[in-house]
Write a protein that binds this ligand. Structure first.
Ligand code: UD1
Length: 338
C-alpha cells in the first residue's frame, strides 16, 4: 500500500480518486486551496469510505507553504497532480492565469518530488492534446496537434515538462489523457460543484433541467457528424477515478525512475450532443429546454478514444455508460441544489 499525495484532492476528479484510493487501502492526503471546491468535500469522502480525509489548504504556487506540508508528511511514495484550472474559454481571455497556475504549479510539484524523493507522479492530461484529430478513434500514438487554447497548451507543455524532467526530479511518471469526465459518485455525496456557472455539457444540462438556467444552447448543428452536433467520449468520473488507482499501482511496479507511460481514458464510444440530451431526458423523465445555437469557437468536431492500452496494461474496465452518467449527474444536481 502506498502513501499518496493528491494535489487538488477536493476537486471534482480529485475527490472521486480520493475515495477510490482509500477504498483500495492506500494512505492519502491532499493539498487544495479550495479555489474551485470546499472543505465539506472531506466530510463527504469520510461519509462514503468511513475513513479520515485530510486536506491542507495551500496554493500550489506558494512553494514555501507547499514545502512545509510535504516536509511534515514524511515519506511519500507518489503524487497524483490534479490541481489546475480547466475552463477553455477563460484560458483564452486570461492565458497568464492559466500558464501560472498550471505550469508553475506543476514545476513546484516536480521540485517537491526531487527534494523529498517522491518516486512517482501521475499527471492529469487531456484528449485536448490531440486537437482536431484526422482519424478516429485516437490512440496514444495519434499525433499531437497545435493546441486550440492556452488551457490545451498547458496540458501539452505539462506533458513535455514532465518528460524532460524525469531524471532531474528522479521520478517515473504516467500521463493520463482524459476524454470527457462527467457524472457523479453513486452515493450522491460528491460530484462536480463548480464555484462559477458550469460550462461543460453535462452540468449545463442538469442546471437547465433544475431551473438554474431558463434554457441551454447546443453549440453548432452543422458539423459533419451523424446529427450535425459534436461527438465526444463521456467517461464516468468513478471509472476515471478507478483508473488513477490502477495507474498508480502500475507505476509503482512497472515504471522505474527516469521512465514514463501514457494512457487514453475514455469509453471508446462517440456520443453526439443531441444523443447526450436524449439520454438525459430518458433517465430523468424531464424535457430539456434547449435550442440549436451557433458553433462555439475552439470546439473540435469529433473525438473518441481507443483505450485498449489502458484495458490491456492497467486491467481497467469502465463500467458505466452515458445513461449512468446522466442518472448520477441528475441525482447530484438535486442534492447540490437543495
Ligand atoms: C473541453 C476540453 C477538455 C477539457 C474540458 C474541461 C477541448 C477540445 N476539450 O472539453 O480537454 O478537459 O473542456 O473543461 O478543449 N456543449 C453544448 N452546449 C453547452 C456546453 C457544451 O452544446 O452549453 C457541447 C460542446 O460544444 C461540445 C460538448 O458539448 O461539443 C462537450 O463540451 P464540454 O463539456 O465543454 O467539453 P469539451 O469542450 O469537449
Amino acid at each position: 500500500m502506498a502513501k499518496v499525495w493528491l494535489t487538488g484532492g477536493t476537486g471534482y476528479i480529485g475527490s472521486h480518486t480520493y475515495v477510490d484510493l482509500l477504498e483500495g487501502g492506500h494512505t492519502v492526503f491532499s493539498t487544495d486551496d479550495y479555489s474551485n471546491s470546499s472543505p465539506e468535500v472531506l466530510e463527504n469522502i469520510t461519509a462514503i469510505t468511513g475513513k479520515e480525509a485530510n486536506n491542507y489548504e495551500v496554493d500550489i504556487c506558494d512553494l514555501e507553504a507547499l514545502e512545509a506540508v510535504i516536509q511534515s508528511e514524511g515519506k511519500i511514495d507518489a503524487v497524483i497532480h490534479f490541481a489546475a484550472f480547466k475552463a477553455v474559454g477563460e484560458s483564452v481571455e486570461q492565458p497568464l492565469k492559466y500558464f501560472k497556475n498550471n505550469l508553475v504549479g506543476l514545476i513546484h510539484v516536480l521540485e517537491m518530488c526531487k527534494r523529498y524523493a517522491i518516486s512517482h507522479m501521475i499527471y492529469s492530461s487531456s484528449c485536448t492534446v490531440y486537437g482536431n484529430p484526422k482519424e478516429l478513434p485516437v490512440t496514444e500514438d495519434t499525433p499531437i496537434l497545435p493546441a486550440a487554447s492556452p488551457y490545451g497548451l498547458t496540458k501539452q507543455m505539462g506533458e513535455d515538462i514532465i518528460l524532460s524532467s524525469l531524471m532531474d526530479a528522479g521520478i517515473g511518471s504516467v500521463l493520463l489523457r482524459y476524454f470527457n469526465p462527467a457524472g457523479a459518485h453513486e452515493s450522491g455525496k460528491i460530484g462536480e460543484d463548480p464555484r462559477n456557472a458550469a460550462l461543460n455539457l453535462v452540468p449545463v444540462i442538469t442546471e437547465t433541467a433544475i431551473g438554474k438556467r431558463k434554457e441551454m444552447a447546443v453549440f453548432g448543428s452543422d458539423y459533419p457528424t451523424r446529427d450535425g452536433t459534436c461527438v465526444r467520449d463521456y467517461i464516468h468520473v468513478s471509472d476515471l477515478a478507478r483508473a488513477h488507482t490502477l495507474a498508480l499501482e502500475y507505476a509503482l511496479e512497472h515504471v522505474p525512475s527516469g521512465s514514463w507511460d501514457v494512457f487514453n481514458l475514455g469509453v471508446e464510444q462517440g456520443v453526439t450532443v443531441l444523443e447526450a440530451i436524449q439520454a438525459f431526458e430518458r433517465v430523468s423523465g424531464q424535457k430539456l429546454n434547449y435550442k440549436m445555437g451557433p458553433r462555439r469557437p475552439g470546439d473540435v468536431v469529433a473525438i473518441f478514444a481507443d483505450a485498449s492500452k489502458a484495458r490491456d496494461r492497467l486491467g481497467w474496465v469502465p463500467l458505466r455508460d452515458i445513461r449512468e452518467i446522466m442518472r448520477t449527474a441528475w441525482e447530484w444536481e438535486k442534492v447540490r441544489s437543495r
